[in-house]
Unconditional design. Structure first.
Lengths: 217, 222
């Protein structure tokens, strides 16, 4: 407990400490502000607390306090260029729908025609696909004793204490193969059968990444 | 006499900033301009993700995902909001979702228990005269490192509020909305975070962290 060094009429030390953050925010009424101002003039301890708190805020607000990993901006730019091309397109005119609708009709027609001629293609293992559509600069995680590379946060990363990050390109070059769970959307795209939709990715995310393996898509 | 549309079409006269131009262009489908739009905020987006996830690889991935989500949803962005705030809010949401997904129930339980503690009043511990740490000191990596360590030592609930309010410069209401907590909780946690950081850094003087800083005579703020 600190004995107040205040003038008696103004706020006491405990009140000042509890309101000091609001005082800095400008979120105290005029009477309290006047009382606190008076207290700061009289109480060296509380003046020190105020000066230090303001200094803390000023320091951390400085952009130099934010450190990003080397190459962060370049990797972000590449990812946006690769994954962002088809996203957020302005579907503002009815004609913009024509391209995908026509493509869907063509694909549907083609599949029907193909299945009328022959049996469905045998299922391909997702492992057999190199994941060529994985953005090469995507940050991935590899661990000792495992052959797969994962997206950070994948819940089937084993031996996590040995985890290290690299780009997808490096992981592939070192012989790692994409995890069928967290890299699923890229493997599906690579299969050429259909694009993975945003809602599907979201659904996976919401379901905690619970994917149906071997569904033969 | 100038025709009205001349005035409207002149970005300078109409007060249209480069950012607003970029937003409009990307909304029209020029996705290739999106990186230019978000570049000024990329570091802050990363910092927001890092404050919640505390793992570089996860934070970078979430930052990228948040940017892609912002691109996807840019048409929903309303001009009356600050673009940077909107971007940070998307990032915080993505990071919180990622954390929820990854944490085991055991870890959550521990976290929740810790989260329910220490909501009471905080008494400053150090009353020595505060020697101001000048902004120039941030040029030194060791100073940034000490400040980062002090921040990292705070409990999650204090660190998150402090980062969003004082580093990302969201206002109190925006911070509350981003984290899904009440305005009163933001204020309580912010007070505590600021006072704890001050105490931690005041201790740094005694341990000599900042002893080689180039202080000028009479630079004390009190």
């Amino acid at each position: 407990m600190v004995n107040g060094e205040d003038s008696g009429k103004a706020a006491n030390c405990e009140q000042v400490w509890q309101e000091i953050s609001n005082y800095i925010e400008g979120d105290v009424d005029a009477d309290l502000r006047a009382a606190m101002d008076q207290h700061f003039r009289a109480c060296r301890k509380c003046a020190s607390v105020l000066a230090g708190t303001e200094n803390v805020i000023r320091l951390y607000r400085d952009e130099r306090m934010i450190e990003v990993p080397a190459g962060f901006g370049r990797r972000l730019e590449r990812r946006l260029a690769q994954d962002g091309r088809a996203r957020g397109r302005g579907w503002s005119t009815w004609s913009a729908w024509l391209v995908p609708v026509a493509a869907l009709l063509l694909i549907a027609g083609g599949v029907r025609w193909a299945s009328s001629l022959t049996v469905a293609h045998p299922l391909q293992s997702e492992h057999a696909q190199p994941g060529k559509n994985i953005p090469p600069d995507m940050v991935v995680v590899v661990t000792d004793g495992a052959k797969e590379f994962h997206r950070p946060g994948c819940d089937v990363i084993h031996n996590k204490e040995t985890a290290r990050t690299m780009t997808a390109k490096e992981a592939i070059r070192e012989g790692y193969v994409p995890c069928v769970k967290c890299m699923r959307k890229y493997l599906q795209i690579a299969s050429g059968e259909r694009d993975s939709s945003e809602s599907e990715i979201e659904a996976d995310a919401e379901a905690g990444g619970d994917v149906r393996r071997g569904s033969g898509r | 006499m100038a025709e009205p549309n001349v005035v409207l079409n002149n970005p300078v006269v109409a007060g249209v900033t480069r950012e607003q131009e970029l937003i409009a262009a990307v909304q029209r489908g020029q996705n290739e301009l999106f990186y230019e739009l978000v570049r000024p905020y990329e570091r802050r987006v990363y910092a927001a993700a890092m404050a919640i996830l505390r793992n570089e690889a996860d934070a970078e991935d979430v930052a990228q995902e948040a940017m892609l989500k912002a691109l996807t949803n840019l048409r929903q962005f309303r001009a009356e909001a600050r673009f940077s705030t909107w971007l940070i809010q998307i990032t915080v949401n993505e990071a919180l979702m990622r954390r929820r997904r990854e944490r085991t129930s055991k870890m959550e339980a521990i976290d929740e228990r810790r989260n329910n503690e220490d909501e009471g009043e905080y008494t400053p511990r150090d009353f020595a005269d505060w020697r101001e740490i000048p902004s120039e000191a941030l040029e030194r990596k060791e100073v940034r490192q000490k400040l980062a360590e002090a921040l990292a030592s705070l409990d999650r609930k204090y660190r998150e509020v402090f980062v969003l309010r004082d580093m990302e410069q969201l206002n109190i209401q925006e911070t509350a909305e981003a984290l899904g907590i009440s305005v009163a909780s933001v204020k309580t946690r912010l007070l505590r975070a600021r006072l704890m950081l001050r105490d931690l850094l005041a201790g740094g003087w005694e341990q000599g962290w900042f002893s080689r800083l180039p202080f000028e005579k009479g630079s004390k703020p009190w």
